[in-house]
Design a protein around this ligand. Structure first.
Ligand code: SF4
Length: 422
């Protein structure tokens, strides 16, 4: 390529978001060629189904590919269509999701599926405007579904794509800030080609997940290295780097395993709870400053089910991280003292350890349940195919994903009537 033309491609930009046609073509050509040769083979990339794309998109929000993959496969087996999901009850949906975290995502999928059945007859609409009317589908998901499943020329800028775009065009600032995000979205919209918009969006995300990583991007292997303004200015580490994370808040919690006649007490978290809404768990509480653990355990039992307990001993300690909290959870064995106050209207129940397997529980409480004598899982070694347990292990290293090479496709016709689950 002549030197002048190359200079034009790397430096021409009369306004912060302008991209010359020559530069646009060069970026798309190089990126798509690289993607064809280097994309990872992931289960959702083998499906030409907007519902499958939507599910994978939601699961991949704030979660790594390796963690998502077994959940995605289980989900698609259990709820293979929009209608199958819409007709499921919330407990079943949360049961399949349990262990993946951020449970509001599962509820949003369910609400969205019910809207799709009642309004669109179980089909996923193809335009961004219609997609945005579905609960739980935001700008990014709408762009991803429209471009990948239906070949619509729309951008889809997730965190990985934002990082690539920010470096490519030297955009200053945190991509989470609205002004920066808008600028990146404008750049993306100018870059997405009419031909293969879905592949282009996936390629951007894939590049951000695998080479253009937050720290020490592998520029020497990057298909865009000659076009990248940040690389040319030696500013790749400064631009769109994730802001430093604040230290995690240390939280000390207690949980009560309260026994009565071979059963244990579990309570269902309120639907409006900030964390684990709708899930079942052992009564638990955060330890107050200077509060004795036994007092907190008794408080947890009272709050969950108005049960007075005698605390026997601490049986185990779990440590786990949820968003910006580092949690230590001490588990105490307890007995009921006197009568229990559980009323019919309360969301608490006495269950055999074996019966707990049927309830949707957060991962830490599932671990407690499976440690109980009489549970189906007691004493079993960690199974490699169990996503709830695998997520607890360290060492998952994979980036965000992109999607498959679908071209414009027909909307799948379900042959189902509108509005019911029957
Ligand atoms: S050259 Fe480096 S910084 Fe630029 S897009 Fe490629 S990997 Fe990212």
């Amino acid at each position: 390529m002549p030197r002048l033309a190359r200079r034009h491609l790397t430096e021409a930009a009369s306004s912060p978001t302008s991209v010359s046609p020559a530069r646009r073509r060069a970026i798309a050509t190089r990126l798509l060629r690289w993607y064809e040769q280097n994309r990872r083979h992931l289960p959702w990339r083998h499906r030409r189904d907007p519902y499958a794309i939507w599910v994978s998109e939601v699961m991949l929000q704030q979660t790594q590919v390796a963690t998502v993959t077994p959940y995605y496969e289980r989900w698609m087996q259990r709820f293979p269509t929009v209608r199958a999901l819409a007709c499921a009850d919330e407990d079943a949906v949360l049961g399949v999701w349990q262990g993946l975290g951020y449970y509001s995502r599962a509820r949003r999928l369910l609400a969205g599926a019910r809207t799709l059945v009642s309004v669109y007859g179980g089909e996923v609409p193809s335009t961004v405007a219609e997609l945005r009317r579905v609960p739980g589908i935001g700008a990014y998901s709408a762009g991803a579904i429209a471009s990948i499943a239906f070949g619509v020329q729309e951008p889809a800028v997730d965190g990985n794509a934002a990082r690539v775009l920010g470096r490519l065009e030297c955009v200053e600032g945190d991509p989470k800030r609205a002004q920066v995000a808008r600028r990146l979205s404008t750049i993306a919209r100018r870059l997405v080609p009419l031909d293969r918009p879905g592949d282009f969006n996936q390629a951007l995300m894939e590049l951000g997940a695998t080479l253009c990583v937050p720290r020490r991007p592998e520029c020497s292997q990057c298909p865009l290295q000659r076009l990248c303004r940040a690389r040319r200015q030696r500013r790749t580490e400064q631009l769109v780097a994730a802001p430093a994370q604040p230290p995690k808040r240390q939280v000390h919690m207690v949980a009560a395993v309260i026994r009565r006649a071979g059963r244990v007490l579990v309570a269902r978290q309120r639907d409006d709870a900030a964390r684990w809404a709708g899930l079942w768990k052992f009564p638990d509480a955060e330890l107050g400053s200077a509060e004795q653990p036994e007092v907190a355990v008794a408080r947890a039992a009272q709050t969950a089910a108005r049960v007075t307990v005698a605390v026997d001993r601490r049986s185990s300690r779990l440590r786990f991280v949820i968003t910006n909290h580092s949690i230590t959870l001490d588990v105490y064995e307890c007995r009921v003292r006197g009568r229990t106050g559980i009323s019919a209207g309360q969301h608490a129940a006495w269950k055999l350890p074996l019966e707990l397997e049927a309830l949707a529980m957060p991962a830490a409480h599932r671990k407690i349940a499976r440690s109980l004598p009489g549970s189906s899982d007691r004493g079993r070694a960690v199974r490699s195919d169990d996503p709830n347990r695998r997520q607890m292990r360290k060492g998952w290293q994979a980036g965000r994903t992109g999607y498959s090479t679908q071209r414009r496709q027909q909307r799948p016709h379900t042959g189902e009537g509108k509005g019911t689950c029957a």
